[in-house]
Design a protein around this ligand. Structure first.
Ligand SMILES: Cc1cc2nc3c(=O)[nH]c(=O)nc-3n(C[C@H](O)[C@H](O)[C@H](O)COP(=O)(O)OP(=O)(O)OC[C@H]3O[C@@H](n4cnc5c(N)ncnc54)[C@H](O)[C@@H]3O)c2cc1C
Ligand code: SF4
Length: 437
């Protein structure tokens, strides 16, 4: 599906633009090619970082891309969206020396851009095993799983309820890290080796689990998390009160009728995680003059990454801690939020106060897909978090595997990619041992 050309995300520039060849070669030349490379250990997909940096340095850019994509099929988007500050870059030995760490993410982007943009493939479908696997959910976990399965010779068919592919990589990650178009390009590139897609198809509604079990030898669950959770307070249904992921999806894809943020005066974002920071930064960068993040605990308890919070502060986002919305006020649409301060025991204290808000984003978590999962026979889950074998990704129902946010509770794209790949190996081993159906 073509995305709306005038979607708001296109107004937000890339915060880490591509390196030039001279910059990349110079940065690659700084790498110490450490023997015990802590950067590799910090990468959930175990990319051989010093090797690909060495390949860049010797001008073997496509070789570097192959090294990256062999370890992580989604290495192209991970180069842009990974929180490298707390992964590979955070563990680079240069930090200990008090010098700037190697710009690993930007070098990774330098390496993968030519391959993905030029459609240069390094892998192909394996010779057919005659086995087939349904991958449910079209995000990073299923894509990584399907890509590996096709390389092994299995047929992989991805079911996605949206009209677009890529999951949150397309409709969730902050546009200044990666725009939806770039994620779609990556999916196109990866799918070219033979991944099949069934878009606009919600499993559980349009197709039943029984249908999938009858048609496929195995099923991989990469459903991610559910819709935005609400607070259950008065005024939550007022126009202008958005779930944060729905708001971000509107910015990224043009889906939904989001007013032009530049025409708004004030926004309140409720929550303290990375999604809250993303929503606040996106609204601020799109021109909302007053953006406030309301979080119910202290600053130190905020789960959002410190570096992301720092960027938000630099961009003018205001943080109010130990505060809780009581109601959303307004006539025909939201105009204000009534809040209370909280004491150290998180009990209301003092007089409630009101702040203006033309738009509100609730970033207090995503619902779990409990009802959907309960439709699957003998599938153990912990309140919607599917329990898997840590070595193979297999669930309690031997025909099902799972990975990504659905199984890890909500981490990063790179974790979903690693878990999708792990499941592909698990499925392949099981199909060999059990002869399929
Ligand atoms: C706002 C936001 C910003 C983020 N930013 C970053 C970031 O900058 N960097 C980073 O590394 N991570 C980021 N993440 C986390 C990252 O996006 C996820 O960890 C990752 O996308 C998980 O991949 P997944 O495949 O498990 O799930 P998802 O990406 O959620 O994909 C699941 C897919 O399943 C589909 N689906 C659900 N139910 C059905 C059904 N019944 N039938 C068919 N399809 C179905 C959904 O439509 C969706 O497309 C962000 C998350 C959010 C919410
Ligand atoms: S830790 Fe830093 S210097 Fe050492 S190999 Fe990794 S990127 Fe290079």
């Amino acid at each position: 599906m073509a995305l709306a050309a005038d979607r708001l995300e296109t107004l937000l520039p890339d915060h880490k633009p591509a390196l030039t060849t001279a910059q990349a070669r110079a940065e690659a030349g700084r790498c110490l090619f450490c023997h015990d490379a802590p950067c590799i250990a910090a990468c959930p997909t175990g990319i051989d970082i010093p090797l690909f940096i060495k390949q860049i340095h010797s001008n073997n850019v496509l070789g570097a891309a192959r090294t990256i994509l062999e370890a992580n099929a989604l290495g192209h988007s991970c180069a842009r969206v990974c929180p490298v500050e707390v992964l590979c870059v955070g563990d680079c030995v240069y930090n200990v020396k008090g010098e700037p760490p190697i710009m690993i993410g930007r070098l990774q982007r330098y390496a993968t851009d030519p391959a993905v943009h030029g459609g240069i493939q390094f892998f192909e479908a394996g010779s057919s095993t005659g086995r087939s696997v349904a991958c449910v959910g079209g995000g990073p976990a299923s894509i990584a799983c399907a890509h590996e399965l096709v390389r092994m010779g299995h047929r992989a068919v991805v079911y996605e309820r949206n009209p677009w592919r890529g999951g949150l990589n397309t409709d969730g990650v902050a546009p200044y890290k990666m725009q939806a178009e770039e994620s779609l390009k990556e999916v196109e590139y990866l799918s070219a080796i033979g991944i099949e897609w069934r878009l606009d198809t919600a499993v559980g509604d349009d197709v039943t689990w029984d249908d999938l079990e009858a048609e496929y030898d195995a099923v991989f669950l990469g459903l991610g998390l559910g819709t935005d959770s609400g607070l259950g307070i008065p005024g939550e249904d007022l126009p202008g009160v958005w779930g944060a992921t729905r708001l971000i999806r509107a910015i990224k894809t043009g889906a939904g009728s989001l007013p032009d943020p530049a025409s708004l005066g004030a926004a309140v974002v409720v929550g303290g995680g990375n999604t809250a920071i993303d929503a606040a930064r996106e609204l601020s960068l799109l021109g909302v003059p007053e953006v406030m993040v309301a979080y119910r605990r202290d600053q130190d308890a905020m789960p959002a990454y410190l570096h992301e919070r720092g960027h938000a502060v630099e961009e003018g986002v205001r943080f109010v801690f130990r505060t809780l919305p009581l109601s959303f006020e307004g006539d025909r649409r939201v105009e204000a939020v009534r809040l209370t301060a909280l004491d150290h025991d998180l009990e209301p204290t003092g007089e409630p106060y009101t702040v203006p808000a033309d738009i509100v984003a609730l970033a207090i978590g995503q619902a779990r897909l409990i009802d959907l999962l309960d439709q699957v026979d003998k599938l153990d889950h912990d309140w919607g978090r599917v329990i898997v074998d840590p070595d193979t990704g297999q669930t309690s129902n031997p025909k099902y595997w799972a990975g990504g946010d659905l199984a890890n509770g909500g981490e990063e794209v790179v974790n979903a990619a690693a878990e999708g790949k792990r499941a592909a190996y698990g499925i392949d081993g099981w199909l060999r041992e059990n002869g399929g159906r």
